[in-house]
Design a protein. Structure first.
Length: 237
């Protein structure tokens, strides 16, 4: 492993937000490990996740690979920005398929990240998961998505409690964006008001600050990212 005083694992490190996070931390001379279905060439180390229908099997493979990658080293921060979006109400023909996909992309990855944090995060370290602002309320047009993100919110609250298994003095929180300014969102919503979308660079910078323990919210915080006219405000739930 490359010599560095600071280390971070980015789950979803090859996605739109994950790639920006990897590059941002690298620019600050951090050692960066990426966990994703394909490697990120900019990262110092990669764990490649194989598609799997078994949550427990995926956890075993990822945890083993992370253990091999880190050895005896602990990390300062673990950031899970894996996820995706699929819509559909209960009458949609793909309702179960989309709900299953949302659970795998958001809940599986968040729970595995939490377990990795329990084993490999430094005392006082930072774990950040990705929730969603819409999941604070009912999401009838995207039930699977809302349900999965609500589960992530609950996970953050549980991990922040006593006897959760997290390292001493560590902090666990979630970002709750409304809409991120990803290339995919620009492609599929070209006529939307993009001044209300949160820039990926803003999120990466925020996660870096929290990983540095700067302006880091208390454990259990669900932090809404509210962007209006190009300016983003942090609003805890």
């Amino acid at each position: 492993m490359a010599v560095s005083t600071k280390r971070v694992l980015v789950y979803g490190g090859k996605g739109a937000l994950g790639s920006v996070c990897v590059n941002h931390f690298k620019s600050k001379q951090w050692w960066v490990g990426s966990i994703d279905m394909v490697p990120n060439e900019e990262a110092d180390g990669n764990v490649v996740v194989k598609p799997c229908d078994s949550w427990t099997e995926q956890e075993k493979e990822v945890s083993s690979a992370v253990g091999t990658l880190l050895g005896q080293e602990k990390v300062d921060s673990i950031i899970c920005v894996a996820g995706g979006w699929a819509g559909g109400n209960a009458a949609n023909k793909d309702f179960l398929k989309n709900t299953d996909l949302m659970w795998k992309q958001s809940v599986w990855t968040s729970v595995i990240s939490a377990h990795i944090a329990a084993l490999h995060l430094k005392e006082g370290g930072t774990l950040v998961l990705t929730g969603a602002h819409p999941a604070l309320d009912a999401t009838p047009g995207m039930i699977g998505y809302g349900m999965a993100k609500a589960a992530v919110h609950h996970l953050v609250k549980s991990l922040s409690g006593n006897k959760s298994g997290m390292p001493v003095e560590s902090r666990v929180c979630a970002i709750l964006p409304v809409t991120l300014a990803t290339p995919m969102n620009r492609k599929f919503m070209p006529n939307a008001d993009q001044s209300a979308w949160t820039p990926l660079e803003f999120v990466a910078s925020l996660l870096y600050d929290w990983s540095q323990r700067e302006n880091r919210p208390v454990s259990g915080t669900l932090m809404q990212l509210i962007t209006k006219d190009g300016d983003t405000e942090l609003v805890p739930v």
